[in-house]
Design a protein around this ligand. Structure first.
Ligand SMILES: Nc1ncnc2c1ncn2[C@@H]1O[C@H](COP(=O)(O)OP(=O)(O)OP(=O)(O)O)[C@@H](O)[C@H]1O
Length: 534
């Protein structure tokens, strides 16, 4: 400062010198220094003489002021130790806001009264008559901090609908969160084995509520398992009599789109399906699950427009309408959607073009590709091989089109990866009354207009379709992003188209954590309750 004075540079410097040397400014500085040096730690109650040394580290004294509102916590007796522990902290309540009491903490004393040999009811009445500050002596739950910080960002996709209004077992309907299959939920607490706490993604964690835990939902579904589970199916003579032929959709659409043919999806009715099923090589064990679908752990994937969902997989029982829906989607926008061109070892027919209708390949080449696991599905029909390959999926994707693929759910594993990020739609039949009505009416409308025979269904076909659908959903439901009920075809098609457009345009996709973190130990670390689905 003196230097400035020497240079005589400004009036402002002189003025500043005067201000800083004034008495009130000097007093302010001295108060600041005094405050900074003082120790303002709160005065804690003295440690009682009877504490053993080990307890010093783990015991915590917490004082909460009681208002008209409850503390927002529940307690229970730990049956193995007899200790009274905090069972649940309701988010946003006084206990939660204090940040001092946590689930799993053990209550040793309340206002100096020991909790030993007490029943939860006695403690509640003790709390009810206390006024003002209530002091709790607590042993904090082990590793609580670590566990809760790991769980902060846990998201799951719900794989079932839940309506608390229809759940007689929910402890408190007002404190519950309802959801639909496909909703993304942020799990806030997994502490309770029966009721987790969660909120809808994007709603913030301000108002989470109770949802059934994975364990609870699995138990419920297992108890309700339908009688059809082990119902033997009587083979029908008509099964073998039906022969699936390629369908020329020129007759239907008035123009030709390559690949618009019946697929040879495993599980189809008829000879192709049977032969394909007999000759399939992939084990279904790996990907199937006998556990009912509950929740699947997901993470957000932020995609570039060029990098959006491009593979749509349609699955469903034979006859449900997978080909019909695929065909309608394709025709609705042939610039956007495409199907794969299948491979075959049979002779090319006169009107067919290689690489457009089929890739016609020699037997040895097809068999070599089988050994190289190049097929998603393949099978034999009338002595010839037919198959769809991963290469043909890649070709459609390279052409920047959305690839529509139908397959048996046991084969989804071929494309259930971060590379393909498939959107899997399960096409499900409606209830049998609607199935009868819609399929018979459809036959009536179509009759006579189309040279391709419209498929007719018997009562047994309907029952079988429903049974197969139930078992597919039970076994592979965890892989389905969307369940589409195909009752009225126009309604189902609109719903499918909306869902597909939404997913291919979405900036954020919620993908299974497993796709980016395949190590089972890693996923177990992040969420021990949610492993073992895929
Ligand atoms: N919602 C619907 N209402 C009426 N008819 C329908 C409906 N959905 C499909 N169909 C008709 O049912 C028949 C079977 O449909 P589709 O061929 O699409 O079944 P799929 O699931 O592909 O079965 P598969 O794999 O055995 O061929 C077709 O004649 C189709 O037009």
């Amino acid at each position: 400062m003196e230097e400035f004075m020497h240079h005589g540079c400004s009036d402002e410097v002189t003025e500043l010198m005067e201000m800083l040397s004034k008495l009130h400014f000097k007093s302010l500085l001295s108060v600041h220094d005094a405050v900074a040096q003082t120790d303002y730690e709160p005065t804690l109650p003295p440690i009682p003489d009877d504490y053993v040394a080990d307890e010093e580290d783990s015991v915590k004294i917490v004082s909460l002021v009681k208002t008209k509102e409850p503390f927002g916590a529940t307690i229970k007796k730990d049956e193995s130790t007899g200790a009274i522990v905090i069972a649940r902290i309701m988010k946003g309540g006084a206990a939660d806001k204090s940040g001092l009491i946590h689930e799993g903490d053990e209550l040793m004393e309340v206002n100096g009264v020991s909790m030993e040999q007490r029943k939860p009811k006695e403690i509640l009445s003790l709390l009810a008559c206390s006024k003002g500050a209530v002091t709790f002596k607590i042993i904090p739950a082990l590793y609580r901090e670590e566990v809760s910080s790991q769980r902060k960002q846990l998201f799951v996709r719900a794989l079932f609908d839940y309506n608390p209004e229809e759940d007689p077992a929910i402890p408190c309907k007002e404190a519950a969160v309802g959801f639909k299959r496909g909703d993304i939920l942020q799990i806030v607490s997994l502490e309770d084995e029966t009721w987790w706490q969660a909120c809808h993604q994007g709603e913030g964690k301000s108002c989470p509520g109770l949802i059934p835990s994975q364990q609870l939902h699995e138990r419920r579904v297992t108890l309700q398992r339908p009688r059809a589970l082990f119902r033997p199916r009587t083979p029908k003579a008509s099964d073998d009599a039906k022969v699936l032929e390629d369908v020329d959709y020129r007759a239907i659409t008035g123009f030709h789109i390559a690949g618009l043919r019946r697929s040879f999806r495993l599980g189809r009715k008829g000879s192709v399906a049977r032969e394909v099923a007999r000759s399939r090589r992939w084990s279904t064990g790996l990907h199937s699950s006998i556990r009912p679908p509950t929740y699947i752990e997901v993470i957000p994937y932020h995609s570039e427009p060029t990098d959006r969902h491009k593979l749509v997989v349609l699955v469903g029982p034979s006859g449900v309408g997978v080909s019909e829906l695929k065909k309608r989607l394709l025709i609705s926008d042939p610039d956007c959607y495409a199907v794969t061109v299948p491979y075959t070892t049979r002779e090319r027919k006169q009107q067919e073009t290689d690489g457009v209708d089929y890739h016609f390949v020699p037997l040895h080449k097809f068999e070599e590709d089988i050994l190289l696991h190049r097929f998603i599905e393949y099978g034999r029909y009338k002595g010839h091989y037919y198959g769809s390959s991963l290469d043909s999926v890649n070709r459609v994707l390279a052409d920047s089109k959305v690839c529509l693929l139908d397959m048996h759910p046991s084969n989804i594993k071929c494309v259930y990866t971060a590379e393909y990020r498939p959107f899997v739609v399960f096409v499900k039949p409606p209830r049998i009354e609607e199935l009868r009505l819609t399929r018979r009416r459809a036959k009536f409308i179509c009759e006579g207009e189309d040279k391709n025979p419209v498929r007719t269904f018997t009562e047994e076909d309907f029952e079988e379709m429903i049974d197969t659908s139930e078992s597919m959903e039970r076994e592979y439901g965890h892989l389905f992003d969307k369940v589409l009920v195909n009752g009225d075809i126009a309604v189902a098609f609109r719903e499918l188209k909306t869902a597909v457009l939404e997913i291919i345009e979405a900036e954020v996709q919620w993908i299974p954590t497993e796709w980016v973190r395949p190590s089972p130990t890693a996923s177990r670390r992040s969420c021990s309750h949610l492993t073992g689905w895929i």
